[in-house]
Design a protein around this ligand. Structure first.
Ligand code: ATP
Ligand code: MG
Length: 179
């Protein structure tokens, strides 16, 4: 699975609609302090279903919506779209998928997969199967390196399971047990 494009609107400091193409190979984001580098990575994590406002550096999830400045009014929604390429898995479900997450003030988050309304859980499963997603060990945010090193064995096991691509199976098993 590869992220090919990122579109943001009203998300944190990205108030105007912005689109970034992510080319194959290594991508670096450079810029002065506070220009929005971490916000971009948070946007990817958020679109993948991040549910912790704290890990998005906010008090509540609506804090991801552009809060306004002295010269610009605040927005009432934030939207992030990521276009991912699914590697052939043999299940016939490869190809491009656009995942869109939108949050409106007072109305919470909604997700779309290729234009179809889906649940947060569907997005989580999509990424869990691809051994990536909002809590993927592949995404280490600023200041979290020490936490990874100091993780408890159970937490480390979870990271390894995700890296090994079996986290999706656990989600499905839990789901089946509840039914
Ligand atoms: P550093 O180099 O220090 O790590 P950075 O490039 O990673 O900086 P970010 O942390 O991504 O910068 O961006 C911080 C900026 O985003 C701050 O200026 C902050 O005011 C702005 N910001 C965050 N949330 C919002 C919001 N909801 N509305 C408006 N601006 C926001
Ligand atoms: Mg940063």
């Amino acid at each position: 699975m590869r992220i090919r494009r990122l579109k943001l609107s009203g998300f944190k400091s990205f108030v105007e609609p912005s689109e970034l193409r992510i080319e194959p190979g290594l991508t670096g984001i450079v810029g002065p302090n506070g220009c929005g580098k971490s916000n971009l990575l948070e946007a990817i994590r958020w679109a993948m279903g991040e549910s912790s406002a704290k890990s998005m550096r906010g008090g509540g999830m609506e804090d991801v919506i552009f809060a306004g400045t002295t010269s610009r009014p605040a927005r009432d929604f934030a939207e992030v779209a990521i276009l991912v390429d699914r590697a052939p898995t043999g299940d016939g479900q490869d190809g491009e998928i656009e995942i869109v997450r939108r949050i409106e003030r007072g109305a919470g988050s909604a997700y779309r997969l290729n234009g179809r309304d889906v649940r947060a859980k569907d997005v989580a499963l999509l990424f869990a199967d691809a051994a990536t997603g909002a809590h993927s060990p592949a995404l280490v945010s600023q200041g979290r390196i020490a936490a990874v090193i100091a993780a408890k064995p159970t937490e480390r096991r979870q990271m390894l399971e995700e890296a090994a691509g079996i986290a999706g199976l656990h989600v499905r098993r839990k789901d089946a047990e509840q039914k």
